[in-house]
Design a binder for this molecule. Structure first.
Ligand SMILES: [Zn+2]
Length: 437
């Protein structure tokens, strides 16, 4: 693995370029420069996971005439929380898209995504919607409004895109698609529109047939399958019985024909007990009723305890990948990796210290979407550093829970000055006595 390269500087430069591409919102000599500072300042708060990071750095600037917001993130003049809110609220978050793809490009170039290439050598990309804001009081024009028990709720939804791989808990955040109230009448409708936009906008970022899109059952329908094929993307999508009645009728019929539905059982021994994975699959079944139905490949897995026969897991998928004895376990493992978008992405973002909107509030235009983009970028940064930097890996491993790592980052940057991210990392590495020999 390539490592030690100045990944941090290279990817930070991408964020700076993205912020510099924001057109000036109002007349004034240094607005552009203020927007960059505001963006980098908020980014620093999310990266350090400290709502007080900028306040501490203002303090340090007063005492020492230097500060970590400048040395680590390039913030020239530390903006106040109110300035950040005012400067970022009018910024359309689409300006930040390029930064995600630039980091993705860096990871590609460093051959750091090889583990994410699975079925047929394709990258596994999970797409899933989630809410990231909900309130009865606070609102903006981009809020989705729904009424429940005569109460109005205002919320924001986003379609998150992350690269996942069965063997790793590291997910790689890609450019998200914001779900807007104009997208449709209900939550499902909105998410389906957003996924189509994401595909059309981003398909060209990948090699033809170089990515497999993973989705839940909500999206496993003909229009999206057709769209993905048109854009030369593979898919593996959850396929439930009640939403795919015609497909399951066909499988039911084929089950009566000997050998039409292939089956295979694989035993897994974990050192203490055995599990049996029973795969069933069939190729070229119609995804829905009607003459124009697309034909897709279908597979399922049932996992039971060897001793008792107790069922541990069951799920089924449709896919564009060829299904054979060799490929079915890979396709199933990829399908099962889809949950990581929920577990490793949303959960980390919501519950593990990336407290969105803590300082800045909701804004009147784009603020909450810009902040979410910066937060996702900070999350992606940490993953990119983990994948590329041996010192970073050693420190994270030594410190155990991620909370400990961020507690240390917060305290160190509050009390001490570091010339650069490399110096900060080097300091932790040395103090923890992690250097080999
Ligand atoms: Zn809103």
């Amino acid at each position: 693995m390539k490592s030690r390269g100045p990944m941090f500087q290279r990817v930070l430069a991408g964020v700076v370029r993205s912020l510099e591409s924001v057109p000036e919102q109002r007349k004034g000599s240094n607005t552009q420069y203020e927007i960059v500072d505001a963006g980098l300042g908020a980014f620093g708060v999310f990266f350090i996971q400290s709502p007080s990071f900028l306040a501490y750095q203002r303090h340090m600037e007063k005492r020492q005439g230097r500060n970590n917001a400048k040395s680590l993130f390039g913030v020239e003049r530390i903006p106040s929380d109110a300035q950040i809110r005012n400067l970022l609220d009018p910024v359309d978050p689409s300006h930040l898209r390029a930064a995600f793809w630039e980091i993705y490009g860096q990871l590609q170039a460093g051959e750091l995504l090889e583990d994410y290439k699975q079925v047929g050598g394709t990258l596994l990309c999970s797409l899933d919607g989630t809410g990231y804001f909900s309130s009865q009081k606070i609102r903006c024009p981009n809020c989705t409004v729904h009424v429940h028990d005569e109460q109005e709720y205002h919320s924001h939804m986003v379609l998150a895109a992350v690269l996942v791989t069965p063997g790793s808990k590291h997910v790689i955040a890609l450019d998200p698609e914001f779900i807007t109230p104009q997208d449709g009448h209900d939550k499902q409708d909105c998410e389906q529109q957003a996924i189509k936009r994401w595909v059309k906008r981003n398909a060209e970022q990948f090699e033809p047939w170089g990515v497999t899109i993973l989705t839940d059952d909500l999206h496993s329908h003909q229009p999206l399958c057709n769209l993905l094929s048109k854009h030369e993307m593979h898919f593996i999508m959850t396929c439930k019985t009640d939403s795919h009645k015609a497909l399951y009728q066909e499988i039911e019929l084929l089950t009566r024909v000997e050998g039409a539905v292939k089956t295979m059982t694989v035993r897994e021994w974990n050192g203490r007990y055995g599990k049996l994975h029973t795969y069933r699959w069939v190729e070229q079944v119609p995804i829905r009723a009607g003459a124009k139905a697309l034909r897709v490949n279908w597979c399922e897995v049932t996992v039971v305890l060897e001793d008792t026969g107790k069922r541990l897991y069951h799920s089924a998928w449709i896919t564009s990948h060829e299904l054979t004895k060799e490929t079915v376990p890979e396709v199933v493992a990829a399908g099962r990796a889809h949950w990581k978008v929920e577990n490793e992405n949303f959960n980390v973002l919501k519950n593990r210290g990336y407290r969105l909107e803590h300082n800045y509030g909701h804004g009147k235009q784009y603020l909450s979407t810009v902040l979410l983009s910066l937060l996702l970028l900070a999350f992606l940064f940490h993953t990119a550093l983990h994948l590329s930097n041996l010192q970073y890996q050693a420190i994270r491993e030594e410190l155990g829970p991620r909370r400990t790592f961020f507690n240390d980052l917060r305290a160190l940057t509050r009390y001490m000055y570091f010339e650069s991210w490399g110096h900060l990392l080097g300091f932790m590495y040395e103090q923890l006595e992690l250097a080999p020999g």
